[in-house]
Write a protein that binds this ligand. Structure first.
Ligand code: HAM
Length: 447
């Protein structure tokens, strides 16, 4: 049967929407700026790697390693795969290129950004091609590096992107022995409940019981609430580590939820594991996930290098940001119509002052040699939500006129403080203007 070649493959998506493109470009600028501030270097590994690399590192008993990879035979009969995630590729890259050493000491920090591929069942926030931004700290075994990685996430979500209601869920899965012991506890605990388990859940119970903790089934969740928490069964060292980390989070005023269901779907973690979640996303609510993986580098490259990191699901972050844009019902472009005959320089200076005060608003001046009518038509083409009029009278009297285009409301003769209040509101909802990219905002339509 011939397929309709004008249709995209299921689970993939085209990106063409103005707002989405704008948010993506902003996001890319923000991550590269913050990474610089933390002294993290960029890596750009390839998208294809040997299948065996992923199978050995992610684990063949995990969903990704077991059935979600896009794997195929190359012409030389070697099995290769589109990367399902970035950590393993980064590890291969830093080992092969000897990038772990910094002036003779085993420690280096890297970030990456790019597409990942998983053949999962498509649903809201779950795509078969999606982008991850990740950071990975190699050679750091101290608790402060776990804290710094979390602080980075906190800065990114709360301060830079303004996603104040992102929630940090944290747990510790201890060492391999702790997990084995806890897995056995789950197995014996669930013996009396086998009837309610689906075939898939029974398989998970046999192979990797702690994965049942992040089940989406409410019935199973309720039963599992009765279990002791994993952190209460950890070995002394792991227990101390998580307690110290939680104490440091308290001292840093970073809110968290200690969550026994955070166990991660990849095999390489130990001790600290965490996810940032957002309630607007439904069942696929993790916008970022990560943790410590002290044995992965050894597993791949036979050298001991402790490591910690996370990856952000970029499309999910964009879904959250798009929602807040819709709720905001504002955009951040103010067109200035300067129709002063005598004091046009004062109008420009006033605009400069507003730019100093509101760094997230685009103030766009029309061609002031045109008539008021023509300037208005120009302004409409730019499609801002606000038009601010500056003429001789406004400059003289310090009373202003601002038109809110979407409602057709014109506030005339308002005082400077009233004007400032309106601009403060716009500034609050606008996301950061990337440096050197102001023009990009023009013509942006909020949908
Ligand atoms: P992960 O939990 O598999 O971890 O993925 C990290 C994030 O990628 C998720 O929290 C989610 O936001 C996003 N994501 C995952 N699958 C999809 C999908 N199908 N569609 C859209 N977004 C998705 C890892 O990949 C680890 N490598 C993270 C890490 C880095 N751990 C240490 N360093």
């Amino acid at each position: 049967m011939t397929k309709d070649t004008t249709k995209i493959i299921r689970g993939f998506k085209d990106i063409y929407n103005d707002l989405e493109i704008k948010l993506l470009v902003d996001f890319e600028t923000i991550i590269s700026n913050i990474s610089k501030q933390y002294g993290i270097n960029e890596l750009r590994p390839p998208i294809l790697e040997r299948t065996e690399l992923f199978e050995r590192s992610i684990g063949t008993d995990t969903e990704i390693g077991n059935k979600e990879m896009y794997s195929f035979e190359d012409k030389n009969s070697e099995s290769i795969s589109l990367r399902p995630e970035g950590t393993v590729t980064c590890v291969r890259c830093v080992i092969e290129n000897n990038l772990i050493y910094d002036r003779g000491i085993k420690r280096k920090k890297y970030w990456y950004y790019g597409p990942m591929f998983r053949r999962e069942r498509p649903q809201k926030g779950r795509f078969r091609q999606f982008n991850q931004f990740g950071i990975e700290y190699f050679g750091f075994d101290d608790i402060n590096s776990d804290l710094e990685v979390i602080m980075f996430g906190n800065r990114l979500f709360k301060k830079e992107l303004g996603i104040k209601d992102a929630k940090l869920h944290i747990n510790s899965i201890g060492n391999a022995e702790d997990r084995k012991k806890y897995g056995d506890t789950i197995k014996s605990f669930l013996k009396k409940h086998t009837k309610i388990l689906t075939e898939d859940q029974k398989k998970t119970l046999n192979r990797n019981p702690i994965r049942l903790l992040d089940t989406k089934s409410e019935t199973l969740r309720e039963i599992l609430y009765e279990l002791p928490n994993l952190i209460d069964m950890l070995s002394i060292k792991s227990r101390k580590r998580v307690e110290d980390l939680l104490e440091k989070l308290n001292q840093s005023n970073i809110e968290y939820i200690l969550d026994n269901s955070i166990v991660r779907g990849l095999d390489y973690y130990n001790d600290t594991v965490f996810e940032w979640k957002h309630k607007s996303l439904g069942s696929q609510d993790a916008i970022c996930a990560g943790g410590r993986y002290d044995s992965l580098v050894n597993k791949i490259g036979k050298i001991d290098v402790p490591a910690v990191g996370f990856a952000v699901g970029v499309e999910r972050v964009l879904l959250v940001l798009r929602e807040s844009y819709k709720n905001a019902k504002e955009n951040n472009i103010v067109v200035i119509i300067n129709y002063a005959k005598k004091d046009s320089v004062k109008c420009l200076m006033k605009t400069e002052k507003l730019r100093d005060q509101f760094n997230k608003i685009v103030f766009y001046s029309t061609n002031s040699s045109s008539t008021l009518d023509k300037q208005y038509k120009q302004a409409e083409k730019i499609n801002p939500n606000y038009i601010l009029y500056f003429g001789d009278e406004e400059v003289r009297s310090d009373k202003y006129t601002i038109k809110i285009l979407k409602d057709g409301i014109k506030h005339e003769q308002i005082s400077e403080s009233e004007l400032i209040e309106i601009l403060k509101r716009i500034n609050k909802w606008a996301i950061n203007i990337p440096k050197k990219k102001k023009n990009f905002y023009l013509g942006l339509r909020i949908i």
